[in-house]
Design a protein around this ligand. Structure first.
Ligand code: S3P
Length: 425
């Protein structure tokens, strides 16, 4: 159990661990680059460790030295057939992006995951990868993991994403590295673009224009990659500080890629006082400090146009909406139902138990605030973001909140509890 007590102040300067999305991509793309790569600020969360284990299984030498990850890339065609089943653990990003790479390999691989990952839809990547020429099978007619992939002989294609998903976009682009001709991906609402940026940084032949990404196979060169702090981890503390009257918090060296800053836009729309400082660029990604001063927030409307830019932050937004004044509506967020848990049902159930006026909608939720938050026991659904959102809820509650099965927090933020203590004095 993680026990979170109500607090009197939020104050301080903290850093957060490396960005999960960028850490995954750094390992994957370094493994298929030529020469050595060094990754600084890598997230040692369980999801990213699953990616390292999979690449070791594919014959890539990966060493941890002085807080850095050193990878000896073997080039686009240097991976070897894994002797055993690859295990993505709880990580959708590992399974979906890696499947794109495996689709390009002239060998057989089998990739599995934990109970949660085995329930998540894989047809969204398997279908386009099959269209490009890979043979992919899996449970339930080939739509669920374990996936069995025999790759090779791919053709580029022109693909319009049916779901706004960076994981699907990335799987197709990574397969495109192995395809003949051009691979074009079109997206209606822009999802996180770390794959495109890192491919460009490593010398890939990739162009983006107004939601149309065009890629042609080319060799990648190993590099030094600096992973910024994860805005999705920082979001828990930024949101808490923004809604906590009198708070003053600085989160240092956070990734400020505009495809990820939807949380800042929403908080500002709710009336939050948030500034960026010391902005610079590294490895194709914007990085900067985030300065937050707390005040009373107001409800807001969140619709499908911004959802891909804050998809992982909705659980904590629901908590902040519960203490904000007025109505908050979140729509167009159906994708939340197929994350590590059904995050709509999970948040509605847990916030209702805390006495919050909240209603589940088919593709989101409606919250009326402000609410007095009651203490008690909260479920985590073995989902890291639900566990952390309910911990933040505890900061605003009248009595302590006890979160069951909090071990899942180590998926993305092993130091969460320590940082929580740090900001609350
Ligand atoms: C991720 C993309 C998002 C996000 C996930 C990480 C990525 O998923 O929810 O935590 O690294 O590409 P979708 O792109 O499937 O929405």
């Amino acid at each position: 159990m993680l026990i979170v007590n109500p607090i009197e102040k939020i104050q301080g300067k903290i850093s957060v661990p490396g960005d999960k999305s960028i850490s995954h991509r750094a390992v994957m793309l370094s493994g298929i680059s030529q020469g050595k790569s060094r990754i600084k600020g890598f997230l040692r969360g369980e999801d990213c460790l699953s990616t390292i284990a999979c690449f070791r299984g594919l014959g890539i030498d990966i060493q941890e030295k002085n807080q850095e990850i050193h990878i000896t890339g073997k080039g686009l065609h240097g991976l070897s057939e894994p002797k055993d089943i690859l295990d993505a653990g709880n990580s959708g990003t590992t399974m979906r992006l890696l499947s794109g790479i495996l689709a390009g390999q002239n060998f057989l691989s089998i990739i599995t995951g934990d109970d949660s990952l085995k329930k998540r839809p894989m047809d969204r990547i398997a279908n386009p990868l099959r269209e490009m020429g890979a043979a992919i099978d899996g449970r339930c007619g080939g739509s669920l993991a374990p996936l069995v992939i025999r790759g090779g002989g791919l053709q580029g294609m022109d693909y319009t994403l049916p779901v706004p998903s960076a994981q699907v976009k990335s799987a197709v682009l990574l397969a495109g590295l192995y395809a003949e001709g051009y691979t074009i991906v079109r997206e209606k609402s822009i999802s996180r673009d770390h794959t495109e940026r890192m491919l460009r940084f490593l010398g890939g032949n990739i162009k983006t224009q107004k939601g149309v990404i065009t890629l042609k196979s080319s060799n990648l060169e190993g590099q030094e990659i600096e992973v910024p702090g994860d805005i999705s981890s920082a979001a828990f503390f930024i949101a808490a500080a923004a809604a906590f009257e009198g708070a003053h918090l600085i989160v240092e060296k956070v990734g400020l890629n505009p495809t990820r800053t939807g949380i800042i836009d929403v908080l500002r729309d709710m009336g939050a006082d948030i500034e960026f400082d010391r902005i610079h660029k590294s490895g194709g990604e914007e990085i900067g400090d985030i300065i937050v001063r707390g005040r009373k927030l107001l409800g807001t409307n969140i619709d499908e146009t911004i959802i891909p830019r804050l998809i992982d932050e909705i659980p904590v937004i629901a908590v902040i909406a519960a203490v904000a004044e007025g109505k908050t509506t979140i729509r167009g967020a159906g994708e939340l139902k197929v994350k590590e848990s059904n995050r709509i049902t999970a948040m509605v159930t847990e916030l209702k138990k805390r006495g919050v006026d909240i209603k589940e909608l088919p593709d989101g939720m409606e919250i009326n605030g402000p609410n007095e938050i009651r203490g008690g026991v909260a479920e985590s659904y073995q989902d890291h973001r639900i566990a952390m959102a309910m911990a933040i809820c505890g900061l605003f509650a009248k009595e302590p909140i006890k979160i069951k099965d909090p071990e899942c927090i180590a998926i993305s933020f092993p130091e969460f509890e320590e940082k929580l203590k740090q900001i609350s004095g």
